[in-house]
Ligand binder design. Structure first.
Ligand code: SF4
Length: 661
């Protein structure tokens, strides 16, 4: 049978299961990627499981999120991560080296490899023909320990690209077009595979833009073939020897099919406050803008900064606009300097920041309240910017540069008429600068074994969680609506992220943007029965942060009952022993009021029943709901034991895990 790229990647790494959509498969993992906001927890998990050294082909720890050092906490975390890299045999990318995804692509990405990352934009590596999946930190820790990744076999969604992008339209507009068509849940349960003649006009970094924001569609991952364009990219990074072609077979088919004629696309923009609220830029044109930010892993390439520099060359940013530029890597910054592209940016009033995520994760750059901010970022969930009443738009570098100059949302195609600026031309440098200086290789095993973890006062070992009780009678402490993101469950930003290695302290901020009374009420319930949360559709979308599971668990959360769950968060809940249950009849959601007492009896046998159904009684209204779970037998074992850590700590110690409270 002719195979597509995704099938080839899965088949070559399959350790259990079969390639039929919906069944559980186990995959051997070659690379892992961790970033600092989630990586400290991963290292604490390796410690809690008693791991001696990672068993992957390559594991890299990046420090790109928490770069602001307003007190000792972030600096302590950086030092802790460096010590953990030395202890466990992991590459260390120093603070300021750059955002994990583009740096991984430039330095380590290899066609045909698998990767898991504790960051939801890990699929960006699909641009090189890798199968790269964003998962919770605990699953990354398991992959580091040599365990397979288990997931439900997705459907493969072939998107044929034909034609060529018109002037002023770029890769960001391709993925915004996908979001315009399918919204933030359109890719759930799917791997997106791009193919067709239109690929020839998309560089490897353009493909990174598209693969990165496949996460916003809810897709398991995105893959591209490793073709001549990938070879060109790896050769430009002095890594031509790492290029192994990976192409779909002639006649390969897909479970779902779609077509985009690139020549018909126009500049698009995602309006506040969802990446799925996409409209043509011309429909939002004229809206006054207070901030424009260029950067992030959603537009990380040298090209993305170069076109902005060319557009603003010789002009001034509008006096209303804060024009911020976050070079995604030190290598990008060096090349911009060498290509004489920094001066046009500086002259135009750009505020140049260090290489890293910066405002994309709320590390500074919070916009003024109720003021439109245009960003080349991937996400605009409410409050993610650090401003509660923010108005964040997502767009291409061309659209961002146009707004920086005019002070209002502007279709970049109008720049010629308004300011005499023609479409920017980008010619990649013949020999770009390759910078590997801030990547520290792992120590040899003998030296690593002598290393100690260096923990500052804000780094606290993980709390222990007890097994799931057989009967649960607890209040529905919180009821939320559809599309609740992990940014709303466990906010990030400058105020919260410094506590990422300190679950008891970080738990003070759980659901803070949604209901600031939740934490106090949860702490009360955790002393007695624990509690449940009732959610709508797509509960837990967005970032992969497992803090959004572990911190509520610390506060006594035992089960979430929702209409549906986002993939990564659903897995994170299971990993930390929280039961994720879906309404059989979504109308039952409306029959529960916050504060009702919900009763689940005989859970252990119910979970193992063949129809995957569990009954829940509402003791307040005396109504019964039927719920479904999607747990595999392996995950049921996790839930019963209180999560992955107790199971694997016991396994590595050669003991059985306790399954009873
Ligand atoms: S999406 Fe933003 S926060 Fe996440 S890795 Fe990319 S730049 Fe960093």
């Amino acid at each position: 049978m002719p195979a597509n790229v995704a099938q080839k990647l899965i088949e070559s790494h399959l350790v259990s299961g079969e390639l039929s959509p919906g069944s559980e498969i186990g995959l051997r993992i070659d690379h892992t990627l961790t970033q600092d906001a989630t990586g400290t927890l991963v290292m604490l998990e390796l410690e809690a499981m008693g791991i001696d050294r990672v068993r992957t082909e390559l594991s890299v720890q990046y420090v790109d999120h928490n770069l602001l050092q307003t007190d000792h906490r972030n600096a302590d975390d950086h030092r802790f991560l460096r010590s953990a890299c030395r202890r466990y045999g992991i590459w260390y990318s120093k603070p300021g080296n750059g955002v994990s995804h583009p740096v991984h692509m430039q330095r380590f990405g290899r066609p045909g490899r698998t990767m898991v990352g504790s960051d939801s934009h890990t699929p960006a590596a699909g641009s090189l023909g890798m199968l790269a999946i964003g998962v919770g930190g605990l699953e990354v820790a398991m992959a580091m320990a040599g365990e397979p990744l288990y997931l439900t076999m997705p459907r493969i969604w072939g998107v044929e690209l034909v034609g060529e992008l018109p002037p002023w339209v770029s890769a960001k507009d391709v993925i915004l077009e996908m979001l315009r068509r399918h919204d933030v849940k359109g890719g759930v349960g799917r791997i997106i595979e791009y193919h067709g003649p239109g690929l020839a006009g998309l560089s490897a970094m353009d493909r990174h833009v598209i693969a990165n924001m496949g996460a916003e569609l809810g897709a398991t991952t995105t893959v591209f073939p490793a073709d001549e364009e990938v070879r060109r990219f790896l050769e430009s990074e002095d890594r031509g020897e790492d290029c192994e072609p990976l192409l779909a077979d002639e006649g390969a088919t897909y479970d779902v099919n779609e077509r985009i004629d690139l020549s018909t696309l126009e500049p698009l923009i995602a309006t506040p406050s969802s990446p799925g609220n996409v409209v043509p830029v011309r429909e939002a044109a004229g809206t006054e803008v207070g901030q424009v930010v260029v950067g992030s892993s959603a537009n990380p390439g040298l090209r993305d900064f170069a076109v902005v520099a060319e557009i603003v060359r010789g002009h001034q940013s509008h006096d209303r606009v804060s024009f911020d530029v976050n070079p995604t890597s030190r290598q990008t910054l060096e090349n911009l300097g060498a290509m004489d592209l920094l001066m046009p940016l500086i002259h135009a009033g750009a505020r140049l920041h260090q290489s890293g995520c910066m405002g994309c994760i709320g590390m500074g750059q919070a916009p003024a309240s109720d003021t439109p901010s245009l960003r080349t970022f991937p996400r605009n969930f409410p409050g993610r910017s650090g401003t509660t009443d923010d108005l964040v738009y997502l767009c291409s570098p061309e659209t961002a540069a146009a707004a920086a100059l005019t002070g209002e949302i502007t279709d970049p195609r109008d720049l010629e008429e308004r300011l005499g600026i023609g479409p920017p031309e980008y010619l990649p440098p013949m020999r770009p600068i390759v910078n590997t200086a801030m990547l520290v290789p792992p120590l040899a095993p003998d030296a690593a074994a002598k290393e100690e973890l260096v923990k500052g006062p804000n780094i606290v070992s993980l709390p222990e969680f007890d097994p799931l009780p057989d009967d649960l009678e607890a209040p529905a402490l919180l009821k939320v609506g559809d599309n609740i993101s992990t940014d709303e469950i466990m906010p990030a930003g400058q105020r919260v992220l410094p506590y990422r290695s300190n679950i008891p302290a970080m738990a003070d901020f759980v659901f803070w943007p949604v209901d600031d009374t939740y934490v106090d009420r949860a702490r009360e319930s955790s002393d007695t029965t624990g509690h449940l949360i009732v959610g709508g559709d797509n509960y837990g979308q967005g970032s992969s942060r497992e803090h959004a599971a572990i911190a509520p668990r610390y506060l006594g959360l035992r089960a979430v009952v929702a209409k549906s769950f986002a993939r990564i968060h659903w897995q994170n809940l299971a990993n930390f022993g929280i039961l994720a249950l879906e309404f059989d009849d979504p109308a039952d959601y409306d029959r529960i009021t916050q504060g009702d007492t919900l009763v689940l009896r005989g859970l252990r046998s119910a979970l193992e029943s063949s129809d995957h159904r569990v009954h829940m009684d509402n003791a307040t209204t005396e109504q019964r709901s039927t719920l479904r779970h999607r747990l595999s037998p392996r995950q049921i074992e996790l839930i019963r034991a209180g999560g992955l850590i107790p199971v694997f700590r016991a396994r590595f110690a050669g003991e059985p895990a306790a399954l009873e409270p």
